[in-house]
Ligand binder design. Structure first.
Ligand code: MG
Length: 374
C-alpha cells in the first residue's frame, strides 16, 4: 500500500501543495491504493458569536474533512467530533486512515461499505459519518442523482429549522434573537442557575415558540420538573436532555409529571441505546455525528418511529457539508435543528440553502455541495 503523506502547518505557512495558505487548515494528508485516493484536512470553524452550552463555551471548533476520489469522481464528508464521546478532529482523521482499505472496493455497495467502516473500530461516530457522507456523495455524483432521491425521499414537505441561541449574558441572548428575526422557532440553550432570567429575557423580545436544551445541566429531578412546567407556561414547546444521560429512573419520574415533551439527545448515541431509553422519553434528537452518518440516522429514525417516539434531526457545529447531508433526510423527522452552518463565519462549503427558516433542497447530484477545501 502506498504510504500516505502528512503535511503539517508550521504557524500560518503552508507546508505542502495540499494546504492552501489559510491558517484555518491545520493539517492534511492524502493516500491511496486500489484506485481510491483519500484526502483528509482538519479545519477550524470560527463561530460568529461565542457558543455557550451548560458544559462550556467555545469560539472555534476543529472539524475533520475527507475527500474520496475514484474513477474520476470525488465525494466529500465532514466529521464534527464530539468531545463528550472522547472524539477529536485528530482521532477522526486517525480512524479514517484505519478505515481506508474499506474504500478500495466498489463504493456503489454503499450499505456494505458502511457496515465495514463501522466494523473498522469502536466509537468515532463523527469519522464514520464523514465516510458515510463521502461515499454517498460519490455514489450520488456517479449516478447523477441527489442524495435525497438516492434514498427514496422527496422534497415536497417543507422542513423548517430552529435557530439556536447559545448561553450568554441575557442582553446578548436577546440581541441574538433579534438578529435571527427570520426564524419562526428558537432553540434556547439553558441548564444554568440563571435559566429563569434567561427565558424571561427572551420572552421580553419575542412571542414566537421556543424549544429549550439543558444539555444535562439541571441537577435534580425536582429542579428539572419545576423548570419544565414553569417553561411550559412561557410557551416552550419541548425540552431536550434536562438531566444527566445516565439517570433514566429520574427520567421515568419526570415523564409522568411534565406538561411538555422531553427529548433525549445525550441519552441516545446509537441504535443499541434506543430500546433501553425509549420508555423514558417522548422523543429523540438524532444527529449524523452521534450515530455515524446518514444511513444509520435513517435506520435509527425508523426504529424510533416504531417505538412511538417523536423525531428531531439535530446537528453539531458543522459546515454546509454536514448540514446538507442532514437536510437530505430531514423530511423523515418531525422537527429539524439544522443551523450549525449558520453559526459560523468561515464556512468552507456552499450547500443546502436556508431561506428564512426553510431548508431548500436542490437537484444537484450527491450532497450538492461545492467548496475549495480540497
Ligand atoms: Mg441537544
Amino acid at each position: 500500500m502506498k504510504r500516505k503523506e502528512f503535511l503539517r502547518l508550521a504557524g500560518a505557512a503552508a507546508a505542502g501543495s495540499l494546504l492552501a495558505p489559510d491558517s484555518a487548515v491545520l493539517e492534511a494528508w492524502a493516500g491511496g491504493a486500489g484506485g481510491t485516493r483519500v484526502k483528509v484536512k482538519l479545519y477550524e470553524l470560527k463561530l460568529r458569536q461565542a457558543w455557550g452550552l451548560s458544559r462550556g463555551t467555545w469560539t472555534t471548533r476543529r472539524n475533520c474533512y475527507v475527500c474520496i476520489e475514484r474513477d474520476g469522481i470525488a465525494g466529500i464528508g465532514e466529521a464534527a467530533p464530539i468531545a463528550r464521546y472522547h472524539e477529536t478532529a485528530e482521532s477522526a482523521a486517525a480512524f479514517i486512515d484505519k478505515a481506508r482499505p474499506v474504500l478500495e472496493r466498489d463504493l456503489g455497495d454503499y450499505a456494505v461499505r458502511f457496515g465495514e467502516v463501522d466494523a473498522a473500530g469502536p466509537g468515532e461516530h463523527a469519522a464514520k459519518a464523514a465516510l458515510d457522507m463521502a461515499v454517498l456523495d460519490w455514489v450520488g455524483r456517479r449516478l447523477k442523482v441527489p442524495l435525497w432521491r438516492l434514498l427514496g425521499l422527496g422534497r415536497e414537505k417543507t422542513v423548517t429549522t430552529t435557530y439556536s441561541i447559545g448561553i450568554d449574558e441575557v442582553p446578548v441572548m436577546q440581541q441574538k434573537v433579534r438578529d435571527a428575526g427570520d426564524f419562526g422557532v428558537y432553540k434556547i440553550k439553558v441548564g444554568t442557575s440563571d435559566d429563569r432570567k434567561i427565558l424571561e429575557g427572551i420572552r421580553a423580545v419575542t412571542s414566537k415558540p421556543l424549544r429549550t436544551d439543558a444539555n444535562e445541566g439541571w441537577k435534580t429531578k425536582e429542579e428539572a420538573l419545576e423548570m419544565i412546567n414553569w417553561m411550559a407556561g412561557l410557551g416552550v414547546e419541548l425540552v431536550e436532555q434536562p438531566l444527566p444521560a445516565s439517570r433514566l429512573e429520574d427520567y421515568a419520574w419526570l415523564k409522568e409529571r411534565v406538561k411538555i415533551p422531553v427529548f433525549a439527545d445525550e441519552s441516545l448515541i446509537q441504535a443499541s441505546d434506543l430500546p433501553r431509553i425509549a420508555p423514558y422519553f417522548h422523543g429523540v434528537n438524532i444527529k449524523l455525528m452521534k450515530c455515524g452518518g446518514v444511513q444509520e440516522a435513517v435506520r435509527l429514525a425508523g426504529m424510533a418511529r416504531a417505538l412511538g417516539l417523536k423525531l428531531m434531526i439535530g446537528c453539531m457545529i458543522e459546515s454546509s457539508l454536514g448540514i446538507s447531508a442532514g437536510a437530505a433526510v430531514a423530511s423523515l423527522f418531525d422537527y429539524a435543528d439544522l443551523d450549525g452552518n449558520l453559526l459560523i463565519s468561515n464556512d468552507p462549503f456552499r450547500g443546502v440553502r436556508t431561506v428564512k427558516d426553510k431548508i431548500v433542497l436542490d437537484d444537484k447530484p450527491g450532497l450538492g455541495v461545492e467548496g475549495d477545501l480540497f
